[in-house]
Design a protein around this ligand. Structure first.
Ligand code: MEV
Length: 316
């Protein structure tokens, strides 16, 4: 093959982030407006990469991107190919470190492109095994929700150690995403929750359990309930994330600006402490208005889209 190609999309956690690390369920949505594409071609000598975040040989990749290098080398080992003579060109529209799954999406696109270049079938399980290698470097103790979501085309119900379930969407969702413009450190946010969990067990456990309950209610409402009820659940989840210490004044400001502009619910999405918020709008006109208001309120970038209804298809 002359060229191998692989893509993956961004992800949004609708509800359940952080609690998911402790075994509670979470619901994640594909965010197809932001994609990563990786192309593999014949290179000369060592493995090289061209991307916005790094350009050069793989073995001189900066330490914080080391996960990608390990993931590529492990993929080549599995494919029984020599670690040379290939060039990756990676184009990602996903802003890095905003809780949108950029690290998992880059790794998924890279692995897919490599298998496509060598014309090898790639099972979902193998893809997850390889992307997890990169994710462990990027996040420390990832629950795995990001890599599952960026490589699937439907909303998912994710619980650690359990099979992924597709989510039934009995209503379309009009969503607005706003990027605070600040890099959120998921690894630091996850450790901050861990510290709370160890020092103030009762309180932290209460929030984690409650987020789990809100997530279960969300699943039922998505199948056939009112958007307004869903909005209330999202608002409550944000309050719990505040208690867990992963929100900050700027995210709270964006959340209240979204509500003031007519959102029926809003919360941070992903790791928090920087990164993004998501808001639920009644109509697409409302979504556009909320999106404009969030830019005025200081968001670096905003997007809005409708996630359609879907019946659960079979997985894998
Ligand atoms: C990050 O997108 C979601 C967190 O729950 C961390 C994880 O699940 O690995 C904050």
């Amino acid at each position: 093959k002359i060229k191998g190609e692989g893509t993956a999309h961004s992800k949004l956690i609708l509800i359940g982030e952080h609690a998911v690390v402790y075994g509670e369920p979470a619901i994640a949505l594909p965010f197809p407006l932001l994609m990563v594409k990786s192309t593999v071609q014949l290179g000369a000598g060592e493995i090289t990469i061209t991307s916005d975040f790094y350009k050069g040989p793989l073995n001189r990749i900066p330490e914080k991107l080391e996960g990608i290098a390990v993931c590529i080398r492990e993929s080549l080992k599995f494919l029984a190919k020599p670690a040379k003579d290939i060039h990756f060109s990676i184009k990602s529209m996903i802003p890095i470190g905003r809780g949108l799954g950029s690290s998992a999406a880059i790794a998924a696109a890279v692995v897919r492109s490599l298998f496509s270049y060598y014309d090898q079938k790639l099972s979902h399980q193998m893809l997850m095994y390889l992307v997890d290698i990169a994710e462990k470097y990027a996040h420390g103790n990832p629950s795995g929700i990001d890599m599952e979501c960026v490589s699937r085309d439907m909303p998912i119900w994710f619980k650690r150690e359990e099979a992924i379930q597709p989510i039934e969407m009995g209503m379309p969702l009009n969503l607005v995403v706003a990027d605070s413009g600040r890099i959120g450190d998921t690894r630091a946010a996850v450790s901050a929750v861990r510290e709370k969990y160890e020092k103030h067990y009762q309180k932290a456990k209460q929030s984690i359990n409650y987020i789990g309950e809100l997530t279960r209610k969300t699943q039922a409402i998505l199948a056939g309930g009112s958007p307004r009820k869903l909005g209330e659940l999202l608002n409550k989840a944000h309050e719990e994330l505040m208690k867990l210490g992963v929100s900050d004044s700027e995210l709270n400001h964006l959340v209240s600006s979204a509500k003031n502009a007519g959102a029926i619910g809003a919360k941070l999405t992903g790791g928090g402490r920087g990164g993004c918020i998501l808001a639920l709008a009644k109509t697409m006109e409302d979504a556009e208005h909320i999106s404009n208001s969030l830019r005025k309120a200081g968001a670096g970038n905003t997007w809005f889209f409708t996630l359609g209804m879907s019946k659960p298809a079979s997985m894998n």
